[in-house]
Design a binder for this molecule. Structure first.
Ligand code: GLA
Length: 879
């Protein structure tokens, strides 16, 4: 060795670092070294940077294609230079970096192409040498234009500025110990799209590490709840370093700014090991903020972030929670602007449930498809990148859920270990009536039938009183049966909420003969049990005489107490003292007046007044009522034994009435008690069976009771359709209790909310005042409007003041109620926004009680309303 060389070596080993620093020689992080690949920027506008160290204020020159470029080191001795765009090619370059003093650095054999940063834990570390068809892949790996940079393992409590590593040309010798997923993704992308464009692969991964180790402290702070719930301290026992941010500091931070085309991530197993339901939320937060912070710090826009969803491994369902988080982070499924992509590999597990399945070839192929879609913007069908992807799950009935899938063409089930085992065990689709992630959720198995791109899921064994709330697919660490589409790509496992289809189908057989809510009389509020046939006949007569029939009142309905026992053959018997002529004769009398006749029963053994109910006699009673030609039946709930499921009795009556209609053409209105909550499955099936259903308890002749029933009814507005109405209970107009103003308000609001109008007062001796309320023609016209759409509260609720309620009418106008619930007069304003009208629309205001136009308004309308009063008007917009 010459003296000069000796000195050079010595300098290198001992002194030169110090000397160079003091002399201000530039230095580069090791990622900028021979054989590197710089990100080509010709295609998508991002730029490449070279950065390093020098003396503060030192001028640095980079002699690179389209250069030279200059910059000064900042006060910390850091400098960065942005390079002009250079296209990807097989050309190689030397790049020289020099400072004001010292030796220039020459980086040799540099190529421009696409750079992928690969990170995560052991499934990313897993080498080409360990994968299934390693021998063939290794033998074929003569790709000098693919360059590999393996970041040496190191951790640090503080941010570092350099990593250990060198760029190597991809060859059978170098590829064997490189990350299989990283390499196979590149290899497939090269085959499918990039061809001979250079690819730089940086693998910075460490087995056994939790995601928190790869996150910046700032990103971790975004998930305080997640950190509390968990997991940071839990990872002291992991095989890799588990402390927060230590790998970010040492293995990612030094690379920040080295331009990349995409990041590839395969991690989560360390976070899944103790997975509990909260892990979904935690990992969703972690991954979201890891991605965001990496992008923010790189400063080259939303580069593609692609990850592998956890493979099938292990037992139980712990892995599922992290998989769901990975699905949550994938905010788009196939849109034009996707910036994240996820390779689903739920079919690639191995029989021994190992945590590192070896088929990394297919993992790489699916990641390449994601890369083509997300990073290069290719869409289907040019690149079929996605398996079936959940759009929404909708309950079509209490036990049937329709699951709509995107990319669901040609769906089929297949088991990863032989199709004969597939779907014989636990169902791949399960439905729960409980809250998602409730600790003791009961999941019911299903049969799931593929219909086009929809799964029709029938829930098995769930009680009729429960409503399906959540659905999950392949919720197991190692699912046996996987859903594919025609491109042999699998659907991600998922857990999702089920929404409800709220439009009720028409009644099974009988046509809809109740176009608008029924109007009539019911005996309960005034007569209670003191009803008899004379009172019924006189009420019918009064309807004709006092003009109520002409106004539209038709039904004369007898409530409880008309029946006393059953005959030996089971037939229901009317009270012989009160109804000596029998019900058929009474029905005939009412019909002879051109009116309709209704009766009452209860689905239980006894009515609320202890008379015989319909329990186990439904079919016989329906036939009896058909024979008597009654037009209306109220079915109460009430006392004693009853069917376990509330709807059984309703179904039997429904069937009986449908039979009646088919045989005789006679239609019987069915009114049931009760269904008053959108979280009760009755809200789905009741409108299919009945024409109306009580939404609340018995109304009383008090303001508070009337308002309470109105509010409860409002919650159910969405399930009303023509012929099927919410019933806030009978009218208290004309009964003792409400003031005249309150009676008018009660009637206004019942009209607005499509309520059945069943007078509950003494019709035979009705006062002029009550009659005027019950027959107010323009108020009745609102109730009977052919659109039959229930009015709703359109302003915020205000139980002690003014509220605005509105209902669209068939002629394009709206009925609006300004309701003052409070004890003082208030000015109530309705804005056109509340009525979904353009503010510039000119609207005619018509007072419906006084039957006169009161003016025109634009933007809004205000009126002073007395305590417990309603200003009810029709708003007719002029377009
Ligand atoms: C229940 C109903 C009322 C009435 C009575 C009769 O309380 O809700 O509408 O029918 O029973 O007993």
């Amino acid at each position: 060795m010459s003296t000069e060389n000796m000195a050079g070596r010595l300098c290198l080993l001992l002194v030169c670092t110090v000397m160079q620093t003091s002399l201000g020689a530039v230095r580069l992080p090791s990622i900028f070294s021979d054989h590197m690949v710089l990100q080509t920027n010709s295609e998508y506008g991002a730029r490449s940077f070279i950065f390093g160290f020098a003396n503060p204020g030192e001028k640095v020159t980079v002699d690179a294609p389209r250069g030279p470029y200059y910059n000064l080191a900042n006060s910390n001795g850091r400098w960065s230079i942005m390079l002009d765009p250079v296209g990807a090619s097989m050309k190689t370059y030397n790049i020289t970096v020099s400072g004001e003093e010292g030796q220039p650095i020459v980086i040799k054999d540099v190529m421009y192409g696409n750079v992928l940063l690969c990170s995560g834990q052991s499934n990313m570390v897993f080498t080409v040498g360990g994968m299934l068809n390693a021998t063939a892949e290794i033998a074929a790996a003569h790709h000098p234009n693919i360059r590999l940079f393996k970041v040496a393992l190191t951790e640090s409590p503080t941010p570092k500025w350099d990593v250990n590593g060198t760029w190597q040309l991809c060859s059978p010798q170098t590829v064997a110990s490189f990350s299989a997923v990283c390499y196979m993704t590149a290899r497939f992308t090269m085959d499918m799209h990039w061809h001979d464009q250079p690819i730089g692969l940086i693998d910075s991964s460490w087995g056994g590490t939790p995601i928190q180790a790869w996150m910046t402290p700032e990103a971790l702070k975004q998930c305080p709840q997640a950190s509390k719930e968990g997991s940071i301290d839990v990872y002291n026992d992991v095989t890799g370093p588990g402390d927060p941010s230590v790998l970010w500091n040492a293995m990612i931070n030094p690379l920040v700014g080295y331009s990349i085309r995409a990041a590839l991530w395969y991690q989560g197993e360390a976070n899944a090991r103790d997975a509990v339901p909260q892990s979904t939320k935690s990992y969703t937060c972690y991954l979201t903020h890891l991605i965001q912070s990496w992008r923010d710090l790189w400063g080259i826009g939303d580069f593609a972030f692609l990850y592998v969803q956890l493979a099938p491994y292990g037992n139980g369902d712990t892995v599922s929670y992290v998989r769901q988080a990975e699905l949550n982070v994938l905010s788009h499924a196939g849109g034009d602007v996707d910036t994240t992509g996820m390779a689903v590999i739920i079919d690639l597990g191995e029989a021994d449930h190992r945590v590192h399945p070896r088929n990394k070839t297919e993992v790489g192929r699916r990641m390449a498809l994601q890369l083509l879609h997300v990073a290069l913007g290719l869409q289907q069908p040019e690149v079929n990148f996605s398996g079936p992807s959940l759009v929404k799950a909708t309950a079509m009935s209490q036990n049937m859920v329709s699951v709509e899938m995107l990319f669901g063409d040609g769906m089929f089930w297949n088991g990863s270990h032989g199709c004969e085992q597939c779907c014989n065990g636990a169902s791949p689709v399960q439905v729960s009536p409980d809250e998602v992630f409730a600790p003791n959720s009961t999941w019911y198995n299903t049969t799931a039938t593929i219909k086009g791109s929809t799964l029709q899921v029938v829930v098995k064994g769930m009680a009729e009183t429960l409503m399906p709330k959540s659905i999950r697919l392949d919720w197991a660490s190692f699912p046996e049966c996987v859903l594919f589409n025609e491109h042999w790509l699998p659907a991600s496992p998922f857990i999702a909420n089920i929404s409800f289809k709220s439009v009720s189908p028409p009644l099974a057989v009988s046509p809809n003969l109740l176009e608008t809510p029924p109007m009539g009389f019911n005996s309960w509020n005034y007569y209670h049990c003191n009803i008899d046939e004379q009172s019924v006949m006189r009420t019918a007569d009064a309807f004709i005489a006092n003009g109520m029939a002409k106004a539209g009142y038709k039904y004369i309905n007898i409530d409880d107490c008309w029946m006393v026992e059953r005959a030996p053959n089971g037939e229901i018997q009317p009270d012989p003292v009160r109804f000596p002529s029998g019900m058929k004769a009474l029905a005939d009398y009412v019909h002879s007046k051109g009116l309709k006749f209704g009766l009452y029963t209860a689905q239980a053994e006894f009515t609320c007044q202890g008379r015989p109910g319909a329990y186990n006699h439904e079919t016989q009673d329906a036939a009896t009522y058909c024979e008597w030609e009654i037009d209306y039946l109220k079915i109460d709930g009430c006392r004693g034994a009853r069917h376990p499921n509330r709807s059984t009795s309703w179904q039997l009556f429904r069937k009986g009435f449908d039979d009646c209609y088919q045989k005789t053409g006679h239609f019987i209105v069915m009114s049931v008690e009760s269904c008053g909550s959108m979280s009760d499955p009755c809200h789905w099936y009741t409108p299919q069976l009945a024409n109306m259903w009580r939404t609340d308890g018995d109304v009383q002749a008090t303001w508070a009771s009337v308002m309470a029933n109105l509010d409860k009814n409002n919650e159910m507005a969405s399930i009303v359709s023509k012929g099927h109405y919410n019933d806030p209970d009978m009218l208290e107009v004309g009964d003792v209790g409400l003031t005249f103003t309150e009676q008018k308000s009660h009637f206004s609001m019942w009209s607005l909310v499509t309520a059945p109008l069943l007078a509950g007062n003494d019709i035979i001796h009705i006062s002029k005042e009550s009659l005027d309320i019950l027959t107010a023609p323009e108020v009745l016209a609102v109730n009977q409007d052919p659109l039959a759409k229930q009015g709703i509260r359109v302003s915020p609720s205000n139980t002690t003041g003014g509220e605005v309620w509105a209902r669209p009418l068939a002629d394009g106008s709206m009925a609006v109620a300004l309701l003052n619930r409070g004890d003082e007069p208030v000015t109530i304003t309705v804005t056109w926004e509340e009525l979904s009208l353009n503010p510039k629309t000119n609207v005619t205001i018509r007072d419906l009680w006084n039957r006169k136009d009161v003016g025109e308004a634009m933007t809004k309308f205000s009126m002073k309303v007395a305590s417990h009063d309603v200003f009810l008007f029709k708003a007719t917009p002029h377009t």
